[in-house]
Each structure stands twice: as structure tokens, then as C-alpha cells.
Design a protein around this ligand. Structure first.
Ligand SMILES: Nc1nc2c(c(=O)[nH]1)N[C@H]1C(S)=C(S)[C@@H](COP(=O)(O)O)O[C@H]1N2
Ligand SMILES: [Mo]
Length: 208
């Protein structure tokens, strides 16, 4: 019976329900595309760090961090899915190792240029396929797709993956990010179609 339920819950080709496969890679975001200025770029970790200090990398320093390759689909809540991407970049585990969070940290806010943000539970941020990506399918990201750095969280709807990432904030309680404050589900699991705020169950997110 569990298997039957799973079959009914997933859509065509093993995609999450309500998703269809996409050829090509659409560009989707709110607001303008930021210009990359290497001398002004940094990547920061702030909030509830174990030491109380803020951490910062310039572009050369960030580019020297250990790198991995992961595989993951990309599910936009507008219902297209890009299947079978190879993402390359830096794992959240590497960042957490270099900038240890306080034991009380439960969530992160991922911050991008122009104030875009997305909140994540620590378990989703540290999932084995979550990556701070610089490349897709062997090619450097274009600026429209988030160059020089974007987050990819294949297990969640793609709005949880900010393009043009600049900082990670360690949080000791959950707080809504950009789209989560604007009617989108706090958790964003595509397999259970957590699309909109009105679908949230008690405990799925902080009070408004
Ligand atoms: N900074 C920023 N990142 C963002 C968004 C945005 O509006 N601003 N939109 C999100 C949404 S809804 C999606 S579907 C993906 C789209 O990424 P793409 O343009 O590379 O396909 O970026 C996500 N990251
Ligand atoms: Mo999206």
C-alpha cells in the first residue's frame, strides 16, 4: 500500500507530482541581475557562530576551497523540472567546518545580492546533494543563473536556492525568507507539493 501511494503521489517519469520535464534552462528571478565586481565581492558567515565571530572570504579565498560534484534535479514551483544536472561547487559541510555554528543553531538564512533570501532547516542545508554551486554540467554558471555563486538544494523547490549568494546567517530559530514571506511554503518539499503558505501544517513554519 505504501508503494501504491508513492506511485500515485509522483508524476510522469518519477518527477514530483505536478512537475513536467524541461529542455533548456529558463532564467527566473525577481529583480535585476547584479554585476559581478570581484574586488567588492565577499562571502560572509554571520549570526550564531560558535566563536561569536563573523567569517569572510574574498573571491580568491572562496575559489580555493575544496570542491565537489553532485547530481540533482531542479524543481521550480512554476512546474518545470530539469532532470539530471551535475552541479560543482563547495559543500555546506566545508563552510560549517571552517565557520562552526553554535550548538543552538537550527536554521540558516541564505542571503543574496539585493536582499533576496531563503531560509533552510539545518538538515536541508547539510543534505548530501546541497551545494554552493559555481558550475552546472561542467560549465561555469552564467551571470543570469547566479554567477559567481548560487545555492542548489535539489530536494526542495528551486526558490530555496538563491542565485548570487553573498552570506549565510546562522539562526537559533526559524524565520521566513523572501518568498516564504510572500505566500510560498516555509518548507518547500516538491514530493508533497508544499507550494504555498496556506498549505502549511502547524509547526511547518514560524508564525507570521
Ligand atoms: N537571488 C535570487 N535567487 C533566486 C531567485 C530570485 O528571484 N533571486 N528565484 C528563485 C527561483 S523561484 C528559481 S526557480 C530559481 C531559478 O534559477 P534559474 O534562473 O537559474 O533557472 O532561482 C531561485 N533563486
Ligand atoms: Mo521558481
Amino acid at each position: 500500500m505504501g508503494q501504491e501511494e508513492n506511485k500515485q503521489a509522483s508524476g510522469v517519469d518519477g518527477l514530483p507530482p505536478g512537475q513536467h520535464p524541461q529542455r533548456g534552462w529558463p532564467v527566473l528571478h525577481y529583480g535585476p541581475v547584479p554585476r559581478f565586481r570581484p574586488e567588492a565581492w565577499d562571502f560572509q558567515v554571520f549570526g550564531a557562530t560558535a566563536s561569536g565571530e563573523k567569517y569572510s572570504w574574498d573571491h580568491a579565498g572562496f575559489s580555493a576551497l575544496p570542491r565537489v560534484t553532485v547530481h540533482g534535479d531542479f524543481h521550480c514551483v512554476t512546474r518545470f523540472t530539469m532532470v539530471g544536472n551535475e552541479w560543482a561547487g563547495v559543500t555546506p559541510a566545508t563552510i560549517l567546518g571552517l565557520a562552526p555554528p553554535a550548538p543552538s543553531v537550527t536554521h540558516v538564512m541564505v542571503w543574496a545580492e539585493y536582499g533576496y533570501s531563503a531560509n533552510l532547516r539545518m538538515a536541508d542545508f547539510t543534505a548530501p546533494d546541497t551545494v554552493l554551486a559555481t558550475h552546472r554540467n561542467g560549465e561555469q554558471l552564467t551571470v543570469e543563473h547566479g554567477f559567481p555563486l548560487r545555492l542548489v538544494v535539489p530536494r526542495l523547490y528551486a526558490w530555496k536556492g538563491p542565485k548570487w549568494v553573498r552570506a549565510i546567517e546562522y539562526m537559533t530559530a526559524d524565520r521566513r525568507g523572501f518568498w516564504e514571506e510572500r505566500g510560498y511554503h516555509n518548507l518547500a518539499d516538491p514530493w508533497t507539493e508544499q507550494r504555498y503558505t496556506y498549505q502549511e501544517s502547524p509547526g511547518d513554519g514560524p508564525e507570521h
